[in-house]
Write a protein that binds this ligand. Structure first.
Ligand SMILES: NC(=O)c1ccc[n+]([C@@H]2O[C@H](COP(=O)([O-])OP(=O)(O)OC[C@H]3O[C@@H](n4cnc5c(N)ncnc54)[C@H](O)[C@@H]3O)[C@@H](O)[C@H]2O)c1
Ligand SMILES: N[C@H](CO)Cc1c[nH]c[nH+]1
Ligand SMILES: [Zn+2]
Length: 434
């Protein structure tokens, strides 16, 4: 039996034990904040020189000019061309499906006319320039390049600038190939807080962007928090999470592996199964045990199951839905006979995977919806990354003379209530003009 919490929703301490599993130690400590604050200040003041120095220190790249830290577009095309056909086709198929889904998310402009002839509406425009952070090393996911860059391009963002650290000069060809497929415009081989600062403030070589998206380690997350306001950011992503609700009729090995699929991301990942069937929970535990004997990344899976994994017996599927709404998971699998009926009870989840034949892993790569999702219970108030994150709205007011005169009286009354005489007079000029 793997070390994994066994909980029962009827036990007295259930709520407290569940909340302990949901808690996550992800906040940057004072030392990290201090380091990052200094890096941001130096890059802001010194530009390229500071970026080059930090890249030498942290990524062991010995270069003298930023030109050595930008990859030409030909490098991306070469990386794509040199992939095995199967990899290349998989990347292209994934990007195509993500693009098709994203097309449907585009926000459109609208307007309507009030009775007095005043036209009211909203325009929609893409951001001018977006920065995409791609983590270095083993955590660099080509699929995340697609998930971040494709919706930006569908939104109509003219320039997507990617940054990716290449410690000791090690470039991940799959990441470059994904950037080519997704339409990334420029790539700098820089990382950490210095890359976030370069994107936020701009340097002599790196253009300042309007929004920074993409995950990274604690230094990247702290830098994103600190530059928010100067630029937009997507979210501060926590460790991956999966919650499975199963009626006990799915193959226990399928469910065990679905839980592993997120547990293998890192030791802090969260993997929870809810079922009314105690015998089934035992069978999943046995399947985990047996599968773990040969699983690569078994150490990471074991650590995350022992820390934030749980098999929970619930009274029935209705109670499972209530618990799911409390957890507000990043990913929710409904492995039950009538998944649509159960989905109707779910109010908080980043993405839902319906039925026994929809493993979460398909959503991570190629189903179509975005895999950048709210974590750490933030699905209570936020949504998957999408085209709308790369678009913004402006409201439009076009008053007719009649409309201006009529609204002017109301505005002036409200303005005087706030003690703002210039507002009142400005509004009344149009009243008097009639
Ligand atoms: N949530 C997701 O979807 C998701 C996906 C992929 C990766 N990740 C996360 O991304 C992270 C990747 O981490 P990584 O470290 O491999 O790559 P990274 O690119 O996030 O960080 C590397 C950079 O960190 C900086 N750094 C390292 N040590 C430092 C120090 N002592 N002081 C200042 N800066 C320092 C360096 O500048 C280096 O370039 C992991 O935490 C992983 O969990 C999350
Ligand atoms: N499950 C991750 C987000 O939580 C995304 C990912 C990338 N590659 C595999 N999975
Ligand atoms: Zn995943």
């Amino acid at each position: 039996m793997p070390q994994i919490h066994r909980l029962d929703s009827r036990s007295k301490d259930f709520a407290a034990r569940l909340d302990a599993l949901l808690a996550w130690e992800g906040v940057a400590d004072a030392q990290v904040m201090h380091t990052v604050t200094e890096i941001l200040a130096r890059v802001r003041a010194e530009g390229d020189a500071a970026v080059i120095e930090y890249t030498g220190e942290f990524d062991h790249l010995d270069v003298t000019t930023m030109a050595d830290l930008e990859l030409p577009a030909s490098r991306l095309a070469e990386a794509l061309a040199s992939l095995p056909v199967e990899q290349r086709e998989a990347l292209e198929r994934a990007a195509e499906r993500v693009r098709r889904y994203a097309e449907r998310q585009k926000m459109a402009a609208w307007q309507y006319t009030e009775e007095d002839g005043t036209v009211l509406g909203q325009t929609v425009t893409p951001l001018d320039r977006v920065g995409l952070y791609v983590p270095g090393g083993k955590a660099a996911y080509p699929s995340s390049v697609i998930m971040n860059a494709v919706p930006a391009k569908v939104a109509g963002v003219p320039e997507v600038v990617m940054v990716v650290p290449t410690p000791h000069g090690m470039v991940n060809p799959l990441v470059l190939a994904a950037a080519a497929v997704a339409g990334v415009d420029r790539v700098f081989t820089i990382g950490g807080a210095q890359a976030v600062a370069a994107l936020a403030y701009g340097t002599q070589s790196v253009p300042a962007v309007d929004k920074i998206v993409g995950p990274g380690n604690i230094y990247v997350a702290a830098a994103k928090r600190l530059v928010f306001g100067t630029v937009g950011i997507d979210m501060i992503a926590g460790p991956s999470e999966i919650l499975v609700i199963c009626d006990g009729q799915t193959d226990p090995e399928w469910i065990a592996m679905d839980l592993f699929s997120q547990a293998e991301h890192d030791e802090q990942a969260q993997a929870i199964l809810l079922s009314p069937d105690a015998t089934f929970l035992d069978a999943v535990a046995d399947a985990m045990d047996h599968l773990l004997e040969t699983m690569p990344r078994g150490d990471i899976i074991r650590a995350s199951l022992a820390g934030r994994g749980a098999l929970i017996q619930v009274a029935d599927l209705h109670e499972a839905a209530q618990i799911a709404n409390h957890i507000a998971p990043e990913h929710l699998e409904l492995s039950v006979a009538d998944p649509e009926a159960l989905a109707a009870k779910i109010r908080h989840a980043g993405a839902m995977f319906l039925g026994r034949h929809t493993p979460e892993a398909l959503g991570d790569y190629c189903a179509g919806p975005n895999h950048v999702l709210p974590t750490s219970r933030t699905a209570r108030f936020s949504s998957p990354l999408g085209v709308y994150d790369f678009q913004k709205r402006s409201s439009v007011i076009f008053c007719s003379p009649e409309g201006a005169a009529d609204l002017g009286r109301t505005a002036a009354t409200l303005a005087r209530g706030e003690g703002l005489e210039a507002h009142a007079c400005s509004a009344e000029y149009r009243v008097k003009a009639r």
